[in-house]
Design a protein around this ligand. Sequence first.
Ligand SMILES: Cc1cc2nc3c(=O)[nH]c(=O)nc-3n(C[C@H](O)[C@H](O)[C@H](O)COP(=O)(O)O)c2cc1C
Length: 206
Amino acid sequence: MRVLGISGDPTGKSKVDTLVKTVLENSKYTDTEFISLRELNIGPCKGCFSCIKTNHCTVQDDWNSVESKVKEAEILILGVPTYYGAAFGINALTHSFLERWFSLRHKGIKLNLKKVILIIVSGGEHENTAITNLKTFFEIYHGVTDIEVIVSRGSIPCLVCGEGESCPISFAIEMYGEGLKITPDIMPSLEKQNDVIEKSKLILSK
Ligand SMILES: Cc1cc2nc3c(=O)[nH]c(=O)nc-3n(C[C@H](O)[C@H](O)[C@H](O)COP(=O)(O)O)c2cc1C
Protein backbone atom coordinates (compact mmCIF):
# COMPACT_ATOMS: atom_id res chain seq x y z
CA MET A 1 0.00 0.00 0.00
CA ARG A 2 1.31 3.42 -0.94
CA VAL A 3 0.59 5.83 1.93
CA LEU A 4 0.70 9.58 1.47
CA GLY A 5 0.58 11.93 4.46
CA ILE A 6 -0.31 15.52 3.63
CA SER A 7 -0.25 18.34 6.17
CA GLY A 8 -2.16 21.55 5.50
CA ASP A 9 -0.57 23.33 8.47
CA PRO A 10 1.00 26.64 7.35
CA THR A 11 3.09 27.09 10.52
CA GLY A 12 5.10 23.89 10.78
CA LYS A 13 4.54 24.04 14.54
CA SER A 14 1.01 22.78 14.99
CA LYS A 15 -0.33 19.44 16.11
CA VAL A 16 -1.33 18.74 12.51
CA ASP A 17 2.23 17.93 11.34
CA THR A 18 2.94 15.90 14.48
CA LEU A 19 -0.17 13.75 14.17
CA VAL A 20 0.20 13.07 10.43
CA LYS A 21 3.81 12.00 11.05
CA THR A 22 2.73 9.86 14.03
CA VAL A 23 0.31 7.90 11.79
CA LEU A 24 3.00 7.43 9.13
CA GLU A 25 5.73 6.41 11.57
CA ASN A 26 3.53 3.77 13.22
CA SER A 27 2.04 2.43 9.99
CA LYS A 28 2.57 -1.22 9.08
CA TYR A 29 3.14 -0.06 5.50
CA THR A 30 6.66 0.94 4.51
CA ASP A 31 5.91 2.83 1.29
CA THR A 32 5.09 6.14 2.97
CA GLU A 33 5.75 9.80 2.26
CA PHE A 34 5.07 13.03 4.18
CA ILE A 35 4.34 16.25 2.29
CA SER A 36 3.90 19.64 3.92
CA LEU A 37 1.74 21.99 1.86
CA ARG A 38 3.43 24.99 3.49
CA GLU A 39 6.62 24.11 1.63
CA LEU A 40 4.83 24.11 -1.72
CA ASN A 41 3.22 26.81 -3.79
CA ILE A 42 -0.15 25.42 -4.84
CA GLY A 43 -2.72 27.97 -5.92
CA PRO A 44 -6.45 27.48 -6.47
CA CYS A 45 -8.09 25.98 -9.55
CA LYS A 46 -8.43 28.68 -12.23
CA GLY A 47 -11.51 27.13 -13.81
CA CYS A 48 -9.86 27.02 -17.25
CA PHE A 49 -11.01 23.45 -18.02
CA SER A 50 -7.71 22.66 -19.76
CA CYS A 51 -7.60 19.43 -17.71
CA ILE A 52 -10.86 18.09 -19.16
CA LYS A 53 -9.32 16.06 -21.98
CA THR A 54 -6.02 15.02 -20.42
CA ASN A 55 -6.76 14.81 -16.66
CA HIS A 56 -3.67 16.97 -16.27
CA CYS A 57 -3.69 20.47 -14.77
CA THR A 58 -1.76 22.95 -16.91
CA VAL A 59 -1.40 25.65 -14.25
CA GLN A 60 2.32 25.92 -13.56
CA ASP A 61 3.01 25.59 -9.85
CA ASP A 62 3.94 22.89 -7.34
CA TRP A 63 0.76 20.91 -8.00
CA ASN A 64 2.80 19.45 -10.88
CA SER A 65 5.19 17.83 -8.38
CA VAL A 66 2.43 16.20 -6.30
CA GLU A 67 -0.16 15.28 -8.94
CA SER A 68 1.33 11.85 -9.66
CA LYS A 69 1.77 11.19 -5.91
CA VAL A 70 -1.91 11.94 -5.33
CA LYS A 71 -2.87 9.65 -8.23
CA GLU A 72 -0.72 6.77 -6.96
CA ALA A 73 -1.64 6.98 -3.25
CA GLU A 74 -3.78 4.14 -1.94
CA ILE A 75 -4.14 5.56 1.55
CA LEU A 76 -4.21 9.29 2.23
CA ILE A 77 -3.69 10.86 5.64
CA LEU A 78 -4.85 14.46 5.43
CA GLY A 79 -4.08 16.77 8.34
CA VAL A 80 -6.03 20.00 8.49
CA PRO A 81 -6.33 22.94 10.89
CA THR A 82 -9.72 24.67 11.08
CA TYR A 83 -9.41 28.38 10.24
CA TYR A 84 -12.66 30.36 10.49
CA GLY A 85 -13.84 26.87 11.24
CA ALA A 86 -17.54 27.54 11.78
CA ALA A 87 -17.72 29.31 8.41
CA PHE A 88 -15.34 27.42 6.13
CA GLY A 89 -14.28 24.29 8.01
CA ILE A 90 -10.80 23.86 6.55
CA ASN A 91 -8.03 26.41 5.99
CA ALA A 92 -7.23 27.97 2.61
CA LEU A 93 -3.89 26.20 2.13
CA THR A 94 -5.64 22.83 2.21
CA HIS A 95 -8.60 24.11 0.19
CA SER A 96 -6.38 25.28 -2.70
CA PHE A 97 -4.65 21.90 -2.78
CA LEU A 98 -7.94 20.00 -2.84
CA GLU A 99 -9.46 22.20 -5.57
CA ARG A 100 -6.69 21.04 -7.87
CA TRP A 101 -7.98 17.46 -7.59
CA PHE A 102 -10.56 18.62 -10.15
CA SER A 103 -8.14 17.54 -12.89
CA LEU A 104 -8.44 13.95 -11.61
CA ARG A 105 -12.19 13.56 -12.06
CA HIS A 106 -13.01 13.70 -15.76
CA LYS A 107 -14.03 10.63 -17.75
CA GLY A 108 -14.05 8.73 -14.48
CA ILE A 109 -12.06 9.12 -11.30
CA LYS A 110 -8.30 8.92 -11.86
CA LEU A 111 -7.29 7.88 -8.37
CA ASN A 112 -6.12 4.69 -6.67
CA LEU A 113 -7.36 5.83 -3.26
CA LYS A 114 -8.96 3.17 -1.08
CA LYS A 115 -8.93 4.92 2.27
CA VAL A 116 -8.68 8.40 3.76
CA ILE A 117 -7.74 9.28 7.33
CA LEU A 118 -8.70 12.83 8.27
CA ILE A 119 -6.81 14.50 11.09
CA ILE A 120 -8.66 17.64 12.13
CA VAL A 121 -7.08 20.02 14.64
CA SER A 122 -9.57 22.57 15.87
CA GLY A 123 -9.17 25.15 18.60
CA GLY A 124 -12.80 25.85 19.35
CA GLU A 125 -14.76 22.68 18.63
CA HIS A 126 -15.32 23.63 14.99
CA GLU A 127 -14.26 20.25 13.66
CA ASN A 128 -17.73 19.18 12.55
CA THR A 129 -17.90 21.62 9.62
CA ALA A 130 -14.48 20.42 8.43
CA ILE A 131 -15.45 16.75 8.80
CA THR A 132 -18.76 17.19 6.95
CA ASN A 133 -17.15 19.16 4.11
CA LEU A 134 -14.19 16.82 3.70
CA LYS A 135 -16.38 13.71 3.77
CA THR A 136 -18.50 15.26 1.03
CA PHE A 137 -15.34 16.04 -0.97
CA PHE A 138 -14.00 12.49 -0.80
CA GLU A 139 -17.27 10.53 -0.95
CA ILE A 140 -19.36 12.52 -3.42
CA TYR A 141 -16.65 13.98 -5.67
CA HIS A 142 -13.86 11.41 -5.50
CA GLY A 143 -15.59 8.11 -4.75
CA VAL A 144 -13.77 7.21 -1.52
CA THR A 145 -16.11 5.91 1.16
CA ASP A 146 -13.63 4.38 3.65
CA ILE A 147 -12.96 7.48 5.75
CA GLU A 148 -11.72 7.56 9.34
CA VAL A 149 -11.41 10.67 11.47
CA ILE A 150 -9.10 11.75 14.27
CA VAL A 151 -9.90 15.01 16.08
CA SER A 152 -7.42 16.91 18.23
CA ARG A 153 -7.97 20.05 20.25
CA GLY A 154 -5.70 22.88 19.08
CA SER A 155 -5.10 26.34 20.49
CA ILE A 156 -7.54 29.03 19.47
CA PRO A 157 -5.68 32.20 18.42
CA CYS A 158 -7.02 34.14 21.45
CA LEU A 159 -5.08 31.81 23.76
CA VAL A 160 -1.76 32.69 22.15
CA CYS A 161 -2.13 36.26 20.75
CA GLY A 162 -1.43 37.93 24.12
CA GLU A 163 -4.72 39.87 24.35
CA GLY A 164 -7.09 36.99 24.97
CA GLU A 165 -7.81 37.87 28.63
CA SER A 166 -9.19 41.33 27.81
CA CYS A 167 -10.00 41.66 24.10
CA PRO A 168 -13.68 42.60 23.56
CA ILE A 169 -14.09 39.85 20.98
CA SER A 170 -11.98 37.26 22.80
CA PHE A 171 -13.16 33.80 21.86
CA ALA A 172 -11.09 32.51 24.78
CA ILE A 173 -13.32 34.44 27.23
CA GLU A 174 -16.36 33.03 25.44
CA MET A 175 -14.96 29.50 25.84
CA TYR A 176 -13.48 29.70 29.34
CA GLY A 177 -15.55 32.48 30.95
CA GLU A 178 -14.99 36.00 32.37
CA GLY A 179 -11.90 36.41 34.57
CA LEU A 180 -9.95 33.97 32.40
CA LYS A 181 -6.24 33.69 33.19
CA ILE A 182 -4.28 32.18 30.35
CA THR A 183 -1.78 29.85 31.98
CA PRO A 184 0.11 26.84 30.58
CA ASP A 185 -2.30 24.40 32.25
CA ILE A 186 -5.27 25.47 30.09
CA MET A 187 -3.34 25.18 26.83
CA PRO A 188 -4.54 22.12 24.87
CA SER A 189 -1.15 20.46 24.41
CA LEU A 190 -0.85 17.05 22.77
CA GLU A 191 0.65 15.65 25.99
CA LYS A 192 -2.83 16.05 27.51
CA GLN A 193 -4.46 14.21 24.58
CA ASN A 194 -3.13 10.72 25.07
CA ASP A 195 -6.23 9.17 23.47
CA VAL A 196 -5.51 11.14 20.26
CA ILE A 197 -1.86 10.07 20.18
CA GLU A 198 -2.79 6.42 20.81
CA LYS A 199 -5.43 6.46 18.07
CA SER A 200 -2.89 7.98 15.65
CA LYS A 201 -0.34 5.29 16.48
CA LEU A 202 -2.82 2.43 16.10
CA ILE A 203 -4.90 3.47 13.10
CA LEU A 204 -2.60 2.00 10.42
CA SER A 205 -0.54 -0.31 12.60
CA LYS A 206 -2.55 -3.55 12.14
C1 LIG B 1 -6.58 32.53 11.06
C2 LIG B 1 -7.00 31.50 12.06
C3 LIG B 1 -8.34 31.27 12.27
C4 LIG B 1 -8.77 30.30 13.17
N1 LIG B 1 -10.09 30.08 13.31
C5 LIG B 1 -10.51 29.08 14.11
C6 LIG B 1 -11.89 28.79 14.23
O1 LIG B 1 -12.75 29.47 13.67
N2 LIG B 1 -12.27 27.74 14.98
C7 LIG B 1 -11.35 26.96 15.64
O2 LIG B 1 -11.74 25.99 16.28
N3 LIG B 1 -10.04 27.23 15.58
C8 LIG B 1 -9.59 28.25 14.83
N4 LIG B 1 -8.26 28.53 14.73
C9 LIG B 1 -7.32 27.73 15.53
C10 LIG B 1 -6.71 26.63 14.71
O3 LIG B 1 -7.63 25.60 14.50
C11 LIG B 1 -5.47 26.17 15.42
O4 LIG B 1 -4.58 27.24 15.48
C12 LIG B 1 -4.82 25.04 14.69
O5 LIG B 1 -5.64 23.92 14.70
C13 LIG B 1 -3.46 24.68 15.25
O6 LIG B 1 -3.52 24.51 16.63
P1 LIG B 1 -2.19 24.14 17.44
O7 LIG B 1 -1.18 25.21 17.15
O8 LIG B 1 -2.59 24.09 18.88
O9 LIG B 1 -1.72 22.82 16.95
C14 LIG B 1 -7.80 29.53 13.88
C15 LIG B 1 -6.45 29.79 13.69
C16 LIG B 1 -6.05 30.77 12.80
C17 LIG B 1 -4.57 31.00 12.61
